[in-house]
Design a protein around this ligand. Structure first.
Ligand code: D5M
Ligand code: FE
Ligand code: ZN
Length: 475
């Protein structure tokens, strides 16, 4: 117990008061600078009333913490890979992963009118026609030769090389990722070959977004990196204490989403132990529980893993396994889900994804950078896939079902990983990258990544207005 809390408790006890254990829990969450003043005022008030028990109600009343019960907090898990993960192996596994990717995305694209004219690659290769044709499949290769771009597309019936001449279409082709699904409008070239006349991504259709009926707020966090020397404990703790303050926005918060890299992990990068305050996973998770248990119980917390958290490294990842430390799992208001996961908050569908594959996309696509992660996230939405490239840095597991396909259109798309707060709106979908709670690391300084840590991203689920609240100390 902090010495200020001990002082407050002793002060009340010396005046002949008893403190209910639930009231004590609230005292532990109060800003310690205010504590002495608060306890003195409560003792004065209750002495007048000749009531010598301080209970939870007294404190909530005094601190303005009574929650507006008309604000809904309906929470539902829409999809979670944790229980669906298998361990398909080797080449067969990857063949079925790509077959699943193809069929899911073909189904998505079949809502477009052009898809009525889709032909299989095998049939295009064996017929000759003067009409334009449509094919779809996964990009297996992209080559730029002199002033043309060649795209090889695979579907389950075969593989075709197509040629892009048009300058604008070549720009479009430059942003295609390997293994990404596309539809192409093609025609037979006069001198043979297949000329690309249009490149169409599955994309997001126009649609109305779901909103909360009441003014509930959700906070988006990620990349806490608890256990790292650079973890911003004070700032995160100040944020958690703020949740129990009378601030009118804090009073309406019903959900906290944590998008992975909750702990810094062990053995994630060379010589990591020299940069750790806690050198084992159990202790890192214990510290996490200690901090998160101060979040008021009426706030639902949702946690997915990132590339620093324990458990399987390949995507999709199951929830952080209980075997490392079950105490987070035991908290009533914490839900441990896999990466990626989709949840419904008062009817608002949130797609949560740590975002490791942002690295692959930034590395291969001209015009995209680490300081604008929302643009990369827009790319994922357009390609309706969270990790298209196989065999780059992001490990993909050979699942028989490609769970990285964005099958259901979200209302909010939440990712982290790059440690930079960024946001955008795309076809009505609120795109959020939630930054970090870790100072710039020497590694990040070395590769030129400038994080924006210590900012809580807060969304009004009724209006989709976004606020950022800065918890970095200015004093
Ligand atoms: O990733 C934090 C940030 O550091 C994120 O922007 C990616 C970047 N990062 C991490 N590892 C690498 C490598 N190997 N190369 C380039 N950039 C990297 P985090 O997941 O928190 O470590
Ligand atoms: Fe991170
Ligand atoms: Zn990460």
């Amino acid at each position: 117990m902090e010495k200020e809390v001990v002082f407050a408790v002793n002060y009340a006890l010396n005046k002949g008061f008893q403190i209910h254990p639930d009231a004590l829990k609230i005292l532990e969450r109060v800003d310690i600078k205010e504590l002495e003043n608060i306890i003195k005022q409560i003792v004065r008030e209750k002495s007048k009333q000749k009531l010598f028990l301080i209970n939870q109600d007294d404190l909530e009343e005094f601190l303005g913490l009574k929650d507006d019960e008309s604000i809904e907090n309906e929470f539902r898990v829409i999809s979670d890979p944790s229980s669906k993960i298998t361990s398909a192996e080797g080449v067969d596994g990857y063949n079925s992963l790509f077959a699943s990717r193809f069929s899911k995305l073909k189904k998505i694209i079949s809502n477009r009118p052009e898809s009525k004219m889709l032909k299989s690659i095998a049939s295009v290769l064996t017929t000759k026609s003067n009409d334009d044709l449509y094919i779809c499949g996964l990009v297996s290769e992209r080559r730029v030769e002199r002033n043309v771009t060649k795209l090889s597309i695979d579907d389950p019936t075969g593989s075709i090389e197509t040629i892009v001449f048009d300058k604008d279409l070549q720009k479009n082709a430059a942003s295609l990722l390997t293994d990404q699904f596309v539809m192409e409008k093609i025609s037979f070239g006069k001198k043979g070959g297949f000329i690309v006349k249009d490149i169409i991504a599955p994309d997001i259709p126009e649609h109305p977004s779901n909103r909360s009926k009441t003014e509930a707020y959700a906070v988006f966090l990620s990349d806490l990196h608890i256990g790292s020397m650079y973890f911003m404990e004070k700032e995160l703790n100040d944020f958690i204490l703020w949740l129990s303050s009378p601030d009118p926005v804090a009073r309406k918060i019903r959900f906290i989403l944590i998008g992975g890299d909750v702990v810094d992990g062990v053995g994630i990068y060379p010589n990591q132990d020299k940069e750790l305050d806690f050198v084992n996973i159990h202790d890192q998770l214990e510290k996490t529980r200690e901090l998160l248990s101060k979040i008021p119980e009426h706030i639902q917390v949702i946690i997915i893993p990132g590339n620093h958290d324990p458990g399987r490294r390949a995507l999709p990842q199951p929830a952080i396994p209980e075997i490392y430390n079950s105490t987070l799992w035991d908290q009533k208001n914490i839900s441990m889900l896999g990466n990626p996961a989709m949840v419904s908050l008062n009817g608002v569908k949130v797609l949560m994804f740590h975002g490791q594959s942002i690295d692959d996309v930034v590395r291969t696509t001209p015009g995209l950078s680490y300081d604008k992660p929302a643009n990369v996230m827009k790319h994922f939405l357009q390609s309706r896939h969270l990790s298209p490239i196989y065999g780059s840095q992001t490990p993909l597991a050979p699942e028989t079902d490609d769970m990285m396909v964005i099958e259901e259109v979200p209302d909010i798309f939440h990712a982290g990983h790059v440690h930079v707060v960024d946001m955008d709106l795309y076809k009505g979908i609120l795109i959020l990258n939630s930054g970090a709670w870790q100072h710039q690391t020497p590694f990040q300084a070395g590769v030129g990544i400038t994080p924006t840590p210590g900012l809580a991203v807060i969304v009004n689920l009724k209006t989709f207005k976004v606020y950022t609240k800065d918890f970095t100390s200015k004093d």
